[in-house]
Design a protein around this ligand. Sequence first.
Ligand SMILES: [Zn+2]
Ligand SMILES: [Zn+2]
Length: 197
Amino acid sequence: MSIEAKPVNPFRVLVRDLPASRRVAVTPAFVAEAVKGLPLRDALDGEASTLDDGGAAQVELYGDGENVHVNGKVTGKVTVACSRCVGPVAIELDEPIHVTYLPVHAMPAELDEDSAGEGVELAENDLDVYPYDGEAVDLEPLVREQYVLAVPFAPLCREDCLGLCPQCGADRNHAPCACEKPVDPRFEALQGLKLPS
Ligand SMILES: [Zn+2]
Ligand SMILES: [Zn+2]
């Protein structure tokens, strides 16, 4: 005899349950969705489905009047392509979380449409502010963002990655390619020739 229940969204924390402690498992599918569209992720192609990405968010939440403070950390792994050789690079996450959720109506005015047009310079202390509907805090955008932010601008599989040969495309980490050898003897004769100008 099981109790009929709606599927629970583990990322959603009801304000009436605060203070609360929450650990949410992050699945490989969640990470795949979060970083979809990043060029260095898409470069992995079909490999992405075999990655053991993911981790967990472990946070404490407490209410303070209308605001909800979330503290903790997001840990785990996200795999992207090396910016030189396109091989997989596993990025480890261990990001501390200190954010405040404000009721939607209390969000800073500059986030509203009255700033339409110009880009908005957010003050530094506004950066870690998320909106919530007043009833429940949704941790999902927060967690998703940590995985996106963890990806470096130019990830490397190793500091001295040799990258791909710009001429033949071979991965020079595996073996030097023919392009790196001294000039092919077949071309030596050509070098002596003067081309008509
Ligand atoms: Zn590499
Ligand atoms: Zn080459």
